[in-house]
Design a protein around this ligand. Structure first.
Ligand code: NAD
Ligand code: ZN
Length: 374
């Protein structure tokens, strides 16, 4: 067989099977205090003394010791950003314009320090620095054309899996959707469990439950395969240890850092499900944040995930977490319809959750009846 026949055969094979060939984080450092290695990690990546590193940092850390430990030298800049609201396409555009205005050269790289909000912002800014146009133009799958600037993610709270995923979720003028691309994934991740110590308990639970819910939705989904299952089961077991057993604090922090990573890896090769689909609708209309929104929805999903919800309630009770109630009870019908429509538009999530004939099993009315319970 000659080369061209061989290639033809390969092409036929790929079109028939079309397995995802997805990128992974090529470098990761794990360990208490490994944040201190940031200087030596970044040094070889500096393009020149003029090309800065831009550190996007959760403003919770403003004035704390962590800031003194950021290896900002030469022209580098630290920008504090509030994680009060989820990241927006406009916010990415204005950060990119500011960086381009302030510097003659493109930065050597972008470093995100914080939770999912800051990690997604860092990914998005690194992509938009090298891709023309606005962030909203790239909300979707594989729309990004050019490699991003070198970008580093340093999570300070565990659960979203944003440190390992190939998406940066943004709220745009028309939709909440990620910049999903092979260029989105971080070039380097720094996993230092010391950084999560200051997370308030409620937030620890909400973001941690994001990971737990990723596992339940992935493990009970129709897209499940051995790849996703191997990561999902590990993350699920780690979550059970962290949230249901009494283990020492440091061990619990380490384990949740790794649960987040494995949970993210699990959904990379499958999909999330009902809670995520419905929580996106909630967030679009009411601005409810991802972690708490998932918890509020998941709490009412016994019908879809009986065992997962039973354990969730046990975890919630063990840690004395009270979820807000009555969120949707006074909402006008039009808002409820928008929520349901946004949710139903996330087709792969429903297909994963309920199978190919999901449209026969769920509709706007059904979702509104669940939203009204929240
Ligand atoms: P977050 O970044 O929104 O932060 C939540 C709160 O915790 C904020 O008030 C923040 O200031 C605080 N915080 C963070 N670290 C802290 C620390 N060490 N000490 C004290 N306070 C701290 O939280 P999150 O739940 O990690 O992220 C949610 C975001 O992640 C959403 O925007 C969601 O869309 C996104 N997300 C992305 C992916 C992905 O794959 N890209 C996956 C899931 C969620
Ligand atoms: Zn999630």
């Amino acid at each position: 067989m000659n080369i061209s026949e061989l290639n033809k055969q390969k092409v036929q094979h790929t079109t028939l099977t079309s397995f995802k060939n997805f990128p992974m984080v090529p470098r990761v450092v794990f360990g208490r205090g490994c944040f201190n290695q940031l200087s030596e990690i970044l040094m070889p990546k500096r393009k020149s003394t003029e090309a800065p590193f831009i550190f996007l940092v959760d403003d919770f850390f403003e004035g704390t010791d962590l800031i003194k430990r950021i290896p900002a030298t030469f022209n580098d800049k630290i920008i504090f950003i509030s994680a009060e609201e989820e990241p927006k396409t406009e916010q990415v555009d204005s950060l990119v314009s500011k960086i381009k205005e302030d510097y003659l050269e493109l930065p050597s790289g972008i470093v995100g320090i914080g939770g999912g909000t800051l990690l997604d912002l860092a990914k998005a800014v690194s992509l938009l620095a090298t891709n023309k146009g606005k962030a909203e133009d790239y909300q979707g799958w594989d729309l990004i054309k050019r490699p991003a600037l070198y970008h580093v993610g340093i999570p300070t709270i565990s659960g979203t899996g944003a440190e390992v995923s190939r998406t940066a979720v943004l709220l745009g003028p028309e939709k909440k959707l990620g910049l999903n691309s092979d260029f989105t994934t971080f070039d380097q991740v720094v996993l230092d469990p010391d950084l999560v110590r200051t997370v308030p308990k409620d937030q620890w639970f909400y973001t941690g439950m994001d990971c737990y819910i990723h596992c339940v939705e992935s493990l009970q989904g129709t897209y499940l395969n051995a790849f996703s299952q191997s990561y999902g089961e590990k993350a699920f077991d780690l979550c059970k240890e962290v949230f249901l057993e009494d283990i020492p604090l440091e061990e619990s922090e380490d384990k949740l850092v790794m649960a987040s990573w494995h949970g993210g890896m699990s959904i990379a090769y499958s999909q999330v499900g009902v809670a995520h689909a419905m929580s996106y609708g909630l967030s679009y209309v009411l601005g409810t944040k991802h972690g708490i929104g998932n918890c509020i929805v998941f709490n009412q999903l016994e019908e879809y995930y009986p065992e997962g919800v039973r354990l969730f309630k046990q975890m919630k009770q063990k840690h004395g977490i009270e979820l807000p109630t009555g969120l949707c009870k006074d909402l006008p019908q039009s808002d409820l319809e928008t929520m349901a429509q946004i949710s139903l538009s996330l087709e792969p999530l429903w297909e994963n959750a309920l199978g190919k004939n999901w449209r026969e099993l769920v509709n706007q009315e059904k979702l509104i009846s669940i939203y009204k319970k929240l």
